[in-house]
Design a protein around this ligand. Structure first.
Ligand SMILES: [Cu+2]
Length: 173
């Protein structure tokens, strides 16, 4: 693969990471339930404006309250409630760069751990991360002729020496 192609793919990856909004299922496969650790879930991801949170749960067993920080800390959902959701498949678009605080307001669930907050960042400035580790293990291009007898064999004498000198110069760059 040519270097130009690799560079192009790198650009595409950077572009995609910066431009495409992400959909985060709260709690991952455990979803919005008692027993999941939402504190550690929320720390696994970066959240940017334009991303969407999806709360999945059995309707009626839980709900989702977006609340103030004070209500998040007290777990008292009688005040400080900014928005409520209870469909069992709640999609919440994160449209502001701010901290979002969420609790479940079914009896005891918030104190039992069904709460978390996220710090949503502006999409443009902070979401372009350095290349992910997945893109780094690309091997460097294999060194030219030195190890390839077949290639050297077809050169006549002059070409061989010129190539050798050129290669030597390249190595010293
Ligand atoms: Cu609940």
């Amino acid at each position: 693969m040519g270097e130009a192609k690799i560079f192009f793919m790198f650009l595409v990856m950077v572009f995609l990471q910066g431009a495409v909004s992400e959909v985060h299922t709260v709690g991952d496969e455990l979803q919005w339930n008692t027993g999941a650790n939402f504190g550690s879930w929320s720390q696994k991801y970066n959240f940017s404006v334009g991303d969407t949170l999806v709360f999945k749960y059995v309707k009626g067993q839980h709900n989702v309250y977006e609340v103030t920080e004070a209500t998040y800390r007290s777990c008292n959902g009688s005040t400080g409630v900014l928005a409520t959701y209870e469909s069992g498949n709640d999609q919440i678009e994160l449209d502001q760069a701010k901290k979002y605080w969420f609790i479940c307001n079914i009896g005891g669930h918030c104190l039992g751990g069904m709460r978390f907050f996220i710090d949503v960042k502006e999409a443009n400035s902070t979401n372009i991360r350095p290349p992910t580790p997945q893109s780094e293990p690309l091997p460097p291009p294999p060194p030219p002729p030195a190890s390839s007898c077949a290639t050297i064999y077809v050169f006549d004498g002059w070409s061989f020496w010129i190539s050798l000198i050129a290669f030597g110069v390249l190595l010293q760059l």
